[in-house]
Structures are given as C-alpha cells and as structure tokens.
Design a protein around this ligand. Structure first.
Ligand code: AMP
Ligand code: ZN
Length: 490
C-alpha cells in the first residue's frame, strides 16, 4: 500500500506549488465561510466545492482532516469597510426582519445549497456572534502588546508594526499603506490599518452591540476568523482557504493580527489556498442590473445541482470560470450520459482512499492504467478536469471490464463527489418549472422585464442589454408579443 504521488498544492503564500506535508496527525483546515445577509449566489458556491475537493483529496491520501467553516453573522460591514454599517443590520432593515431572523434564514439557505451540492459537512460551524468576548480578549492582548491605537471610530491595528505585512498579497508595503483603501478614516495612521473594534458613533446605536474596554460597539471583520480558527484548531494549523478576493485584504489582516498575537516568530498558517472567481455572464451583470443567479434558479430552470457541481469541477479551481446557463446545460448533458452509463454498473464499491482502490484493483493493469493518472491528477493541485476526462474515457474503454469500469467510477466519484453511485436519471431529467421559483424571484423577474420595457421605450439600449444579460443568467426567456412581453424559463 502506498499513498501514491506526493500531494502538491499551490500555496498563495509564496505563490508556488509545494509538497503538502501535514504537521499533525489530523490536518487543521479553516475555510472562510459565508456572510449570511442574503441568499448565497452561484459564485459563493465555488469556495466550498473547492474546499470539499481538498478534503476529499486529503482523505484519498489517508490524511485525516478537521474542517472549521465560520458563519459570519456580525462584523462584516458593507463594502468590506471599517466604519460602514453591518451587512446584517442593513439586510434586517431592508427586509423588516430582526438580525437573528436574517442570520437564521440565510444560514439555512447556505446549508441547503451545500447539501444539494453534496458538499461534505464541516466539523464545526462557529458563528461570529457567539465569539465576541473571545474577540475582545484577543484585541486586549494586541493592545497590551502595543500593536494598536484608539480613535473615536474604534480600536485600530497598526500595520507598520507588523514586519511582514502584506506578504500574502505580494504587496508593495509602502504603496499599499497609501494606495489600496479608498475609505477615509479620520486619524488612521496608515491606509492599511484596520479596525479590531468598531465603536458606536454617538447617537447611532447599533442593533448588534457589545460592551468592551473601548466602549459599546462591534468587532472588526477580520478578528472572527483568527479567534475562531485558533479556538477550534489550535494556535497554528495547516490550511486556510477562501476566495481569491480574500488574498488581498481579509487574509492579509488575519495573518498580521494572528502573528502579532502569537508573537512566536512562526508563520501562523502554513498553506493558504484560494479559489479563483466564477464570472457570472462574464461579469457583465452589474449589481444594479438585477439579481445574481443562485442554485435555486438553476433548479427551477430544470438543471440539477450535480450538473452545476460538474460544471465547477470541469474548471481548475485556480482558473477563472465563466458561468452561462448554456455551459451548465452542457454539464447537465454530460451528467446525464454519465448516469445513464453508470446506472447499469451499480452498485459501485465503497472507495474513499487510494488504499481502498488499490486493494480492490489488485494487479489488474487495465484498472491501474486509470488509477495512476487519477491519483496523479488529484495530487497535482487538485486537477479535477483531468479526473473527469479519465472517468469519461474509462466508461468508453473496451479494455476495461464492467467491474473495472465500476471501480474507476467509484474512484473518480470519491474525488469528484457527483453522487454517481446513487443519482437517478429521472432526477437529472426534471423540467423547468416557474412554479418552483420563489415569489420574491418571480417579482424580481417581472420588475426587470418592466424596466426593460421602459428602457427600450427610452431607447436606452445599454440598460436594456444589461437587463437582458441579467435575465439570461436567470434562464429567463422573454418574448415580445402584441400584448406585451411574456416570459418563461428556458
Ligand atoms: P461572502 O458571503 O461574501 O463572505 O463570500 C463567501 C465566499 O464566496 C468568499 O470566500 C468569497 O471569496 C467567495 N466568492 C464571492 N463571490 C465569488 C465568485 N463570483 N466566485 C468565486 N468565489 C466567490
Ligand atoms: Zn475569514
């Protein structure tokens, strides 16, 4: 029994492929989780499908892991700023709900999407609001170590005291201190300095507020991830994941405050992994153009969540990927073909690790001819498109017997998580149904169509095009009739 090829991962810290060597018998893995202020959109799914692939790869190599994924229900201000309003409070005001209801509603929506995408549950889902006393203690410690200064707007971390500040982002430190942040904060010493504690403005009582040595207020956004990860995984752990946007700001600040807090001269976390962007209709949909599609929109349009998973895995996690309904439609057709073939081979054997697969393969060279490249692909920074290609090839390969194909399908699915062992063809073949759209979504679509009619009336073609792109991304087909526009799901 071997562990196959050496697992290599692309470490954003240093921007290079590195051998992955666990530092403990169980690998600690922290994934920055969702801010639960609205429905997660399709782009928000990518970091978790990617982290799930990483966990499957670790399991495949016989490396136990423990994943913590946080739920941000306080502290994340609009536009990632230090002084703005909390995203959850804004959502609560907009929806006439309490912040608790907002958090509960969108946390549940997140879990539903994760389950639909067959993402394995994390070991822990800490909520930021449950860790505020620990965050205050953490900031008190930074203050006593001399890393902070107090302004009327809050307690700030002085980034000039952090020797390696910005390494993760490949930042030119002087440039960053002057350049990147647009928000003006009165009295802030360097533009890169960030809030550990956000004090309540006089006369403006926050909805979510805690008392602290610096008065009433709320924690800064970056604090929660340092505090909850160390609390649940220990001071140092092996892997931290998130979307590529976090490489520029959030993770930079997590590192600065954590290394200052620990003060042991060691890198806080050894491997930083970031997924690239899912571009939604080539990023043509400005926020103003309309709602960003979510998994429920795909399902209403007749696409299966596993088709979206397959579409994501058809791109490498470090490449940008273009979402279009047509691309997911093509993934759905691929999924249908896969299921149609694999159904006849069921039941698939239970395979989670390379060792499982090798034990079942014995010395069958035709099977080894797939096992080795699949292991090489997952070992090479999680090359899921290659695994998908191997799987498709194996199902057409006359050199493989049914039992060989069965094993290769089980192996590929241990890594891809497409539910090849259980998904029914009829589940993948369900039809588009407007009835399964939520009432909110139907209202939004009708609003967009009304705006489009108006834009066309005003010969505002740019706006009309923008709206069309937003409707396309939702799979909405509009037909203009003498009685006005009518719509259906494509
Ligand atoms: P948020 O809920 O805004 O805190 O974001 C949750 C996660 O989704 C973060 O890791 C983001 O980096 C990631 N993310 C947001 N939009 C996209 C996108 N279009 N493509 C890929 N990842 C995204
Ligand atoms: Zn985080």
């Amino acid at each position: 029994m071997t562990n196959g090829q050496q697992l290599r991962l692309y470490n954003s810290l240093g921007r290079r492929l590195e051998d992955f060597t666990p530092s403990a018998s169980t690998v600690g893995l922290y994934s920055c989780g969702p801010t639960v202020y609205s429905f997660p959109h399709l782009g928000n799914m990518r970091p978790y499908v990617f982290a799930d692939t990483l966990r499957r790869a670790l399991t495949w190599k016989g490396i136990p892991s423990r994943q913590v994924l946080n739920i941000t229900d306080v502290g994340h201000a609009v536009a990632d700023s230090d002084t703005g309003e909390d995203k959850l409070e804004v959502a609560a005001a907009r929806e006439l709900r309490s912040v608790e209801e907002i958090a509960a509603r969108y946390t549940e929506a997140f879990f539903e999407d994760m389950a639909a995408l067959n993402v394995q549950p994390a070991d822990e889902y800490p909520r930021a609001s449950a860790y505020v006393p620990q965050m205050i203690d953490f900031a008190v410690q930074l203050e006593s170590l001399g890393y902070t200064y107090l302004l009327p707007s809050g307690l700030y971390f002085d980034t000039s005291k952090s020797p390696g500040y910005g390494t993760l982002a490949l930042m030119d430190i002087a440039g960053q201190r002057e350049g990147i942040r647009v928000e003006h904060v009165e009295g802030r010493r360097h533009k890169s300095d960030f809030a550990l504690w956000r004090s309540e403005e006089p006369g403006k009582r926050r909805v979510m507020r805690w008392d602290s040595p610096w008065g009433w207020g709320a924690p800064g956004w970056h604090l929660e991830c340092s505090v909850m990860s160390m609390g649940l995984l220990g001071a140092h752990f092996d892997i931290h994941t998130g979307g590529v946007d976090h490489r520029q700001l959030h993770h930079v600040n997590e590192i600065a405050q954590s290394e200052a807090y620990l003060g042991d001269g060691q890198p806080w976390v050894r491997y930083w992994l970031h997924n690239e962007w899912l571009l939604i209709d080539s990023a043509k949909i400005a926020k103003s153009a309309g709602p960003v599609p979510r998994l429920a929109d795909l399902v209403a349009a007749g696409q299966h969540p596993m088709a979206f998973r397959l579409f994501l895995l058809g791109g490498h996690y470090r490449s940008q990927l273009d979402f279009t309904p047509a691309a997911v439609g093509a993934a759905q057709a691929t999924l249908r073909r896969l299921i149609a073939r694999v159904e006849a081979l069921r039941p698939l054997p239970v395979v989670e690790t390379l060792a499982d697969a090798e034990a079942l393969a014995g010395d069958n060279p035709a099977v080894k001819a797939y096992l080795d490249p699949i292991d090489a692909a997952i070992s090479a920074d999680l090359a899921t498109p290659k695994i998908l290609a191997s799987l498709q090839e194996s199902l057409r390969d006359p050199a493989l017997t049914d039992s060989g194909q069965r094993l290769v399908a089980a192996v590929a699915d241990a890594l891809l998580g497409l539910r090849l062992g259980s998904l029914e063809l009829r589940e993948v073949e369900h039809r588009a149904s407007v009835a399964s759209l939520s009432a909110d979504r139907v209202a939004q679509i009708e609003q967009l169509i009304a705006e489009r009619t108006q834009a066309r009336g005003e010969k505002n073609w740019a706006r009309a095009d923008e709206i069309r792109a937003a409707l396309d991304a939702l799979n909405v087909q509009v037909t203009d009739t003498p009685n006005g526009p009518v719509w259906e799901l494509r």
